[in-house]
Design a protein around this ligand. Structure first.
Ligand code: SAM
Length: 210
């Protein structure tokens, strides 16, 4: 048996295993395909749901929410008493999120802030069980201390796109790639977090807040 296999093979295999009849999830994925919109996808999405349930998360703050695909997983995981706060600059994405998450019966658990994400977290304040980070990559390094101060000990700082579609491997010079590389370096060096990267799709960092 060959010991060489690719991330694409792993993704294809797991996506078949994870297939379900969740009509809202499938509609949101279809829209992402049509619009070439970057969602976290079903493999990492299931991981988000599982992590939230593992720590009994009730309060989740998302930095960069689009039309609510990652929030769909979190809103299910927190249960009826939980809250998911989302941030997004684009009004059309917020309208779509309301449509999809209402269809899923989850809109009451979700609050959208139409505001720059880190400013919204600083303004809303409070202590969170999970902070999920998916903003423009050039802004990644500035999220680390902000997340640290707004997470409870035992909470999780989860960040998407740590491989940045492979650009981190070659060290491309653009600001977004450099933002992801610098973020990863600082997060691994941070004494307030224990961090690992889950390598499905585009690399999901999971940092335990000490
Ligand atoms: C990569 S998409 C991901 C959406 C969602 N987390 C998901 O997995 O489906 C990131 C979204 O965050 C928004 N965004 C990016 N940077 C932002 C910022 N600094 N503040 C607020 N929204 C931001 C973008 O408009 C986009 O809709």
């Amino acid at each position: 048996m060959s010991e060489e296999f690719t991330l694409t093979q792993i993704d294809t295999y797991l996506q078949r295993l994870y297939a379900d009849a969740d009509s809202v999830r499938l509609e949101m994925e279809e829209l992402a395909r049509q619009r070439r919109f970057p969602i976290v996808g079903p493999l990492a999405g299931r991981h988000l749901d599982q992590l939230a349930r593992m720590i009994g998360a009730q309060r989740i703050f998302e930095l960069g929410s689009g039309y609510g695909y990652s929030a769909l997983y979190f809103a299910r995981a927190v249960g009826p008493a939980g809250q998911v706060h989302c941030t997004e600059l684009d009004a059309e994405n917020i309208r779509l999120a309301e449509m999809f998450l209402s269809e899923a019966g989850l809109w009451e658990r979700v609050t959208y802030h139409q505001e720059e994400a880190t400013a919204a977290l600083a303004r809303v304040g409070g202590t969170w069980d999970i902070i999920y980070n998916d903003i423009d990559k050039v802004g990644y390094p500035a999220t680390i201390d902000l997340a640290y101060w707004h997470l409870r000990p035992g909470g999780l700082f989860i960040t998407d796109n740590l491989f940045w579609h492979g650009r981190v491997f070659t060290g491309a010079a653009d600001a977004d790639t450099q933002g992801v590389i610098e973020f990863t370096r600082q997060l691994f060096a941070h004494s307030g977090f224990i961090t690992s990267i889950y390598p499905a799709r585009d690399g999901l960092a999971v940092a335990l807040r000490l």
